[in-house]
Design a binder for this molecule. Structure first.
Ligand SMILES: [Zn+2]
Length: 117
């Protein structure tokens, strides 16, 4: 058997992302049925980019919103839930369910750009 190539974030990174995002979906704020969403998709060979599975490229999202992002690319790019190459995830602010907006860094730090309502 060939060893499977790891394509997702490590458990350590997932924990950082869940803590940073308060354990709630960034778009709707629910706390159930959560998953880790990639802002820049893992494209062909994308997993080779070192930041693909780092915290600033990842958001906590419910499975409903995770699908919604794919169905609503324009709104998702506008809110920073998705990031379009060649922009980098650390350069694009993210809107959260409470109206706040942050820039994210690879270590899980959020810099406030717009304060929560
Ligand atoms: Zn949601």
């Amino acid at each position: 058997m060939k060893a499977r190539r790891r394509t997702g974030p490590t458990d350590v990174v997932k924990t950082i992302v869940y803590d940073r995002d308060g354990g709630a979906c960034v778009r709707c704020g629910v706390r159930d049925g959560l998953t880790v969403h990639h802002r820049v998709n893992r494209g062909m060979g994308g997993a080779r980019e070192p930041w693909i599975n780092q915290a600033h490229n990842l958001l906590v999202a419910c499975t409903t919103c995770n699908s919604w992002f794919e169905d609503h690319p324009r709104e998702s790019y506008e809110a920073g839930w998705k990031v379009r190459r060649p922009e980098l995830p650390g350069e694009v602010r993210v809107r959260y369910a409470d109206g706040s907006e942050y820039l994210l860094d690879p270590d899980g730090v959020r810099t406030t750009m717009v304060a929560p309502r």
